[in-house]
Design a protein around this ligand. Structure first.
Ligand SMILES: [Zn+2]
Length: 124
């Protein structure tokens, strides 16, 4: 892990904050979408675990929620990488991802150079 303990704690906190905000956002979106059909769902939704949340919105045709869920999964992935010590290591070249980049994008999987190459490859 290229980050020291203090930096890891800082990034982990960023991830948690973003995660919390996203979960709230998704719950609001789901409640709003569902309210039009099932008013009584708004209560139970609030107490569900995140995984159940994903199931709940799976059949919801809502682009915003789908995008938020994608980001939520990326955050879960980042959390898992922190837990197993692989966080902050570029998935392509194995080099350290700079802290400045991780602060801006805690879910980053690659260093800037590899990310640009990756995007170019997949756009083509
Ligand atoms: Zn790289």
């Amino acid at each position: 892990m290229p980050l020291n303990r203090r930096e890891t704690i800082e990034i982990a906190r960023l991830i948690e904050e973003r995660r919390e905000a996203l979960v709230q956002e998704i719950r609001r979106e789901v409640a709003r979408s569902r309210n039009e059909q099932y008013t009584e769902v708004a209560g139970p939704v609030h107490d569900r675990a995140d995984e159940a949340l994903a199931d709940l919105v799976a059949d919801l045709d809502n682009a915003e929620v789908t995008r938020d869920l994608g980001e939520l999964r990326e955050l879960e992935g980042a959390r898992a990488r922190i837990a197993d010590g692989s966080y902050g290591v570029c998935a392509d070249c194995g080099g350290d991802i700079p802290l400045a980049r991780l602060r801006v994008q805690p879910t980053a999987l690659r260093c800037v150079a590899c990310q640009e190459r990756h995007e170019k490859t997949y756009r083509a």
